[in-house]
Design a protein. Structure first.
Lengths: 163, 540
């Protein structure tokens, strides 16, 4: 089972290592992790996507709550949040294939942000599964490099994870 | 103007700290220079790990956080085992370490170690202070965190320049505000109602008590609850002492090394009330079996403990003190069915078996069971780790005193330094250490601390010239191949005692040992009694 946790933490040195350390210590696996400051500069948000059964998720939430600088932990409900990740993909691109790749990018609503004689760089900001689709579609051209962020997520509608 | 080091001392004074345990070094010198003028007593141990254990013994007997101090680098890393022990046993402690100057951090200079990083898995929280102005807040928070919620060690790492810098004035904050730290202390009323209903509907309820009951200081209330309801009680290693051993409804310690009757009660109970215990593998080897047979009510201040090891039907998160009050009020004059009471009393009668005696040796289990009667009722027994721990846990007939041991971490060498802390916390009580010849040698350097402070700690060494517990494992699981479990080259412990100026004696029979103990408890000086025990004595 994959789940997404939205965690509010005090914005201070060492918090990230406390949290990532907790995962490895207790044998929990992280699929992705993203950190950024919130509207309140004293508070950061960590979004973690991880895998595990119900027991693991429950333990994880409880253990995270025990970390002193952690202010709030919320498991986002499947289907009730919007998630995005950002990816930059550098694709091999001979002149003959350029228009094909541009079309693929357009089809997926991705942007070409850089080009060179033998490659282009595509920027894409979407859900994890759409990102995977784009990668699959570009793979045949030869991918030179992928750089991607962890998933960030926000509740749909009025609900918010705040202090 | 006031320096960081003076502020550190003032913070400790503001927290009401009377005794600290430590070992100096270069980067903590500014602090040591100021503590020299303070009324706070500093006890110089002989190795930093023992400063942490002494702080643990002090905390457990005083109910206040223990404080230990060390320098940067090796001083700090030596503390780790003691900090980890306090963490696993949930003991309130504040550990203070010196650190290299802020501008040298990360350069791998002399005696630099990333101690907050190294301790991360073993502390409730840690600080590295980067402004002298922050010291009062950090100390205030550290003591608050260590001594509330699920108690535990907090580390404060302070670079030397932060101790030296001066600021305008010292103000100790009255309140703490840590947004991410608001432990639930009051039990949920509906859950309490559900729990009481379940107890009333059960035929064979049982209480499993852990160290949490002692840590929350609720022992008298807990005993009242058990007395009124007649619910039988068993305890974990850390929970020993919540009930007097001879109480008719107390069946002893559970678990792989526990009393058969305690385990039998756990197996036959239809409802188990777990109070402040995490139920690790030594307590309940097969937790899934436990919850198959009975309903579990789990009371703990740490929500993460509930459901971690044992499946729980009725969780109650809160401080035992509040929860116990609520339970007592809600349950009224309920008593458990007579049949279950009688069954338990019958089992209790079968409890004490007299172990066989071998000529020329002391039978330690018998000696320990007689020990309590020779001590005053509030005596503190400190057991080390190994066979001696099991012998003490199962045979010491505790009355109103304490049984200190490390049930969670199981750190050899704990007993002597922990006894030092206990004696400083409770100077008028009998403090007796029981350790093996292996564990004694792990912290016998602390005899100097005992002798130097003339602490009337009585040490009983069970000498069998081997690491008894590991050897038992080898006998049972490794084809009796005794790899590295024979203690060769042991010194003459009596001569060691002599060298430290400590009174001593040796016993080769129970009669002899008991005669010596009767004499040694009357003395206001330390004493070492070496008991030669039959090498193949089993743990149970």
């Amino acid at each position: 089972m994959q789940y997404t946790l939205s965690i509010l933490v005090e914005n201070q040195a060492g918090v990230l290592s406390k949290i990532s350390g907790l995962f490895s210590r207790r044998g929990f696996n992280i699929d992705s992790l993203a950190v950024g400051v919130t509207a309140d500069p004293g508070i950061s948000r960590i979004t973690i996507v991880a895998n595990g059964d119900e027991y693991v998720v429950e333990q994880l939430e409880k253990q995270l709550n025990k970390v002193i600088p952690v202010i709030k932990v919320k498991r986002l409900t499947e289907g009730e949040f919007i998630s995005r990740e950002l990816i930059l993909i550098k694709v091999h691109c001979a002149a003959s294939k350029r228009s094909e790749i541009i079309k693929t990018a357009e089809l997926m609503q991705a942007k070409i942000v850089d080009a060179a004689p033998s490659c282009v760089t595509v920027e894409y900001c979407e859900t994890s599964s759409r990102v995977k689709t784009l990668i699959d579609m570009l793979k045949p051209y030869g991918i030179r490099e992928i750089v991607r962020t962890g998933t960030i997520a926000i509740d749909r509608g009025n609900s918010a994870v705040s202090v | 103007m006031i320096s960081g080091a003076e502020i550190m001392v003032k913070c400790l004074e503001a927290e009401g700290i009377k005794v600290i345990f430590g070992y100096p070094g270069a980067t903590i010198c500014p602090f040591y220079d100021k503590i020299y003028d303070s009324d706070i007593k500093h006890i110089l141990v002989r190795q930093e790990q023992n400063a942490a254990h002494a702080a643990s013994g002090y905390a457990r007997c005083s109910g206040k956080p223990g404080v230990c101090v060390a320098t940067s680098g090796p001083g700090a890393t030596n503390l780790i085992t003691g900090i980890a022990t306090a963490y696993t046993d949930s003991i309130p402690m504040v550990a203070i370490t010196g650190q290299v100057k802020s501008d040298l951090l990360g350069r791998d200079v002399f005696q630099e170690a990333d101690i907050t990083g190294a301790c991360e898995p073993f502390v409730k929280h840690s600080y590295i202070v980067n402004k002298t102005e922050d010291l009062p807040r950090v100390f205030r928070e550290a003591f608050h965190i260590a001594s509330t919620g699920r108690k535990g060690p907090v580390l404060i790492d302070i670079p030397m320049d932060i101790q030296e810098n001066e600021i305008e004035e010292f103000v100790y904050p009255e309140k703490v505000n840590i947004p991410g730290y608001k432990p639930t202390t009051k039990g949920h009323a509906i859950q309490i109602k559900r729990a009481v209903e379940a107890i009333k509907n059960s035929k064979r309820p049982l209480i499993v008590s852990g160290g949490g009951v002692l840590l929350s200081g609720v022992k008298p209330k807990f005993q009242k609850f058990a007395d009124n309801t007649k619910i039988p009680v068993i305890s974990t290693m850390m929970g020993i002492g919540v009930m007097p051993s001879d109480h008719e409804m107390y069946l002893g310690m559970l678990g792989t090394h526990g009393k058969r009757v305690a385990n039998r009660a756990l197996y036959e109970a239809d409802l188990v009330i777990v109070c402040g215990a995490r139920l690790g593998d030594r307590a309940v080897a097969a937790p899934h079996q436990m919850s198959e047979n009975n309903t579990v009510i789990h009371i703990d201040i740490d929500p993460a403990e509930i459901g971690k090891n044992v499946k729980t039907e009725i969780p109650i998160v809160g401080d035992m003190k509040n929860v116990m009050n609520m339970l007592i009020e809600e349950i009224g004059d309920y008593q458990v069915p007579k049949l279950w009471q009688d069954t338990v009393k019958t089992w209790k009668k079968e409890l004490f078996r007299i172990p066989p005696v071998f000529d020329g040796f002391v039978e330690l289990r018998t000696l320990v069971s007689h020990l309590s009667a020779m001590l005053r009722s509030k005596a503190i027994l400190v057991a080390d780790v190994g066979q001696n721990q099991i012998w003490c846990a199962n045979n010491f007939r505790i009355r109103e005193g304490r049984f200190l041991t490390t049930g969670g971490m199981g750190t050899m060498g704990y007993s002597i330094p922990a006894a030092v802390g206990a004696k400083f916390a409770r100077p008028t009580r009998d403090v007796v250490v029981v350790c093996g010849d292996g564990s004694f040698q792990m912290s016998m350097n602390e005899l100097a601390t005992i002798s130097g402070n003339n602490l009337a700690i009585k040490i009983i060494i069970m000498r069998n010239h081997r690491l008894g517990m590991v050897r038992e494992l080898q006998d049972n699981n490794y084809n009796k191949r005794h790899s590295a479990t024979v203690l060769q080259g042991d010194p003459d412990f009596l001569k060691i005692a002599e060298a430290y100026g400590i009174d001593h004696a040796e016993a080769n029979s129970n009669e002899e040992a008991e005669e010596i103990i009767k004499k040694m408890v009357k003395s206001d000086k330390p004493f070492i009694l070496v008991c030669n025990v039959y090498p193949d004595t089993p743990s149970i």
